[in-house]
Write a protein that binds this ligand. Structure first.
Ligand SMILES: Nc1nc2c(ncn2[C@@H]2O[C@H](COP(=O)(O)OP(=O)(O)O)[C@@H](O)[C@H]2O)c(=O)[nH]1
Ligand SMILES: [Mg+2]
Length: 209
């Protein structure tokens, strides 16, 4: 099991700066602004507010690398709500930054895609899902804010989320065998339900190294 001994925001990459080159394995977290990326990273790090959770969604267009235990990185990727509403140049810059990160990070082990459990995946969510697959990863879908969904609906909602992602995906349409190892975990920052499953995904991946 993962025991958090130290956390350190080590690198922040901006849109125009080069990607960090790390030797430790990386685990990245993608999703729209306000979906709960920073909150999940705080939960995993066992810190209340180390990763900045924002009241101004999507303001930070940076890639934040959190060094955990001098052993691996949790990577907070910039969210897409803000970029989607922004000028086309900003949107393109953001897209290039994410695609570049996914394709040019040699130690990237897993990519987590966060979706608000209450909502249907958006076109942007499906685009991100496809980018992750295209970069050669089977995403781990995190259905966030599960505390806002009635317990009796959790299983059904998980199935619906996965189903609409798969139906919307252009990559899976072309190659249905892609994404055979897609996983889905429901998570709540309120009681940390789902956290142990995420830890064991990290743990398994680190053991393979
Ligand atoms: N109820 C509930 N609220 C959450 C959860 N996770 C995040 N939030 C809230 O959602 C908002 C956005 O979270 P944040 O982590 O900043 O999202 P980010 O933009 O993806 O990094 C904040 O007000 C959080 O408190 C959760 O599991 N349950
Ligand atoms: Mg954030």
């Amino acid at each position: 099991m993962i025991v958090i001994k130290s956390v350190n925001l080590e690198t922040v990459s901006g849109v125009t700066s080069k990607l960090a080159r790390h030797t430790f394995p990386e685990f990245a977290f993608a999703g729209k602004s306000n979906v709960g990326k920073s909150t999940l990273i705080n939960g995993l790090m066992n810190r209340k507010s180390y990763a900045r959770t924002s009241s101004q969604p999507g303001k930070t267009q940076t890639i934040n690398y959190y060094n955990i235990n001098d052993r691996f990185y949790l990577v907070d990727l910039p969210g897409y709500g803000y970029a989607a509403a922004a000028a086309p140049e900003v949107k393109m810059q953001w897209g290039r930054m994410i695609e570049n990160f996914l394709k040019e990070s040699p130690t990237l082990q897993e990519v987590f895609l966060l979706l608000d459990m209450r909502h249907e995946p958006s076109d942007n969510d499906i685009m991100m899902f496809d980018w992750i697959l295209q970069a050669g990863f089977d995403p781990v879908i995190i259905a966030t804010k599960s505390d806002k969904v009635a317990k009796s609906r959790l299983e059904k909602q998980k199935a619906l989320l996965l189903d609409s992602l798969k139906k919307g995906s252009t990559v899976l349409k072309k190659d249905p065998s892609a994404g055979a190892n897609i996983r889905l975990v429901a998570y709540s920052a309120m009681d940390q339900s789902g956290r142990d499953r995420i830890y064991s995904i990290l743990d398994n991946s680190l053991r393979k190294k």
